[in-house]
Design a binder for this molecule. Sequence first.
Ligand code: ADP
Length: 599
Amino acid sequence: MEAPWVKNTAWVEDIAPDTRPFSFMRLTMRPYLPLLFVSVLATISAAAVDAVGPIIYKYTVDAIVALEHGGTYADIRFWVFVYLAMVALRILLWRTVVYFSAHLGLGVRSTARYVLTNYLLKHSQEYFENRFAGSVSGKIGNAGDGARHLSDWAINTYIPFFIQTIVSLGIAFYSSAYVGWIFVVWIAIALPINIYFARQRPALSRAAQAAETKLRGVTVDIVSNMRAVQEYARSVLELTNLKELIIARRLAGLRNRLFDQRISLSNGSLQIIATGAMLLIVLYLGERGLATAGDIILVLALATGMGERLFHLGQQISNLSETWGEIEEGLEDVLAAHDIPDSKGAKNLVISQGEVEFDQITFSYHEGESVLSNLSLSIKAGEKIGLVGKSGAGKSTLVKLLLRHYELTGGVIRIDGQNIAAVTQNSLRQSIAIVPQEALLFHRTIRENIAYGRTDATDAQVEDAAKLAQAHELICTLHNGYDTLVGDRAVKLSGAHRQRVAIARAILKSAPILLLDEATSALDSESEGAIQEGLQNLMQGKTVIAIAHRLSTLKEMDRIIVMDKGTIIEDGPHTKLVRKGGVYANLWKHQSGGYLKDE
Ligand code: ADP
């Protein structure tokens, strides 16, 4: 069955950064309102039927006792049938509750996952730089599971508890006002005690969880570094370290589990006292002819039912507060306000030529630490620029700003006359292709990785791009050709292979603006030479900004821009800058004296 949010996802696009669990529950249930309605209706009916059980016991027992005073077996048979009908109805209703609440709970979780992931995809690069991938995906998982549990518990536990308590109270008062009041007092004492215990529990379970996380982390670390452990013969040391964590985990677990015993013990004691008091009262009334044998059974059944429900109350409250906290923690991180939202009514970027202009831009990652100050740079359509400068000069930052990974502190960046802060980020990034220093390849096939540049590309187009990137022949020698999985973090491909795949991806994207951010820096000179032709093919007809440490790769660019401490200090073609004898000429001389002797 298709999930409702799959059909209509428009509402998911403009979710507010609201981190309150209650709002989140409303959000996740939004596509499932009919299901919620049926589930609540079914659970109210089921709980009400449950709660009237004691009345049927009372009349059955009264009918049995009446046999001695002219009653008939027909009367008893009647109540037995009523009892059977009630059991059948209960089974039917509870199955209905489970059926609908399963759909609701799993549906809520799927909406939660979809909504949160969709929201996550719009966070800025800075957001992801400050977080572990595993932790973010864990929080989405926890919030989704939490939402599912709350939905399940609401339908299967909280609503039935409420209904059964109300109905039982009604029956108790109907049987005798004294019994009814004992019920009230019982609940009034049990509730605060359970809340008191429940408030202490999250700390204990968090401690147990923390001990577990630590133990797992260290175990994973040991397994990942198993070569070091074995080659340095340190298994005894590792085991000794691990032993302490295992013991700590055991103690934390024990404290957490045994804490429940206190809640159970206090609830159990209350149950005995309350049941005892109620039974003494009915017996007293019975002795005076004010209560029947059936009434005694009625009170017994009511007290047993109530005792069972209250017995688990503390556990349920602490589950609720723990899950609530987990959802809150996840939402605070994932549903935080986006750093760089599209501006209201943002239009798509319309590229006519691919002209780029940095107009007096100023930027800092942290207040007070200026990275770029008042920098202006105009790049004509189709012009190829080489960015050079010491590490930390601000070259990569310039590229990131063009992609709008960060907001400018001052100035404007324009593409074909349009302020990039006023257009949609999607249209901006669709117009720019980038080959970074480390190709970002997914654990998917080579074909899928190349087609990431253009998802509707045909196989022939993918192969053409690979040929232009000088990657085709290499790919053909792989085990499964284009269908070879690249492996986790592309470990199966060499650095040069990976860069060729990245170049093919960029060629296929065929965006008018191209950024090469140290695209060949991680390669040795030989591999670098081998991918030059691919890069030349990629650059054809594009506006290019290329950052490189090895100046030889930038020699042929139209202009070289030399940056230092966030400003441009030299600007001109290679030959002119070399002749001028400034910073660039020095760098060039230095490098030619090194591994570029042949220049
Ligand atoms: P380049 O590419 O020329 O080596 P960068 O643009 O990477 O220089 O860095 C410019 C300055 O900005 C450096 O001082 C660097 O430490 C700082 N910087 C770069 N990235 C970040 C970041 N994500 N957060 C904070 N500071 C950063």
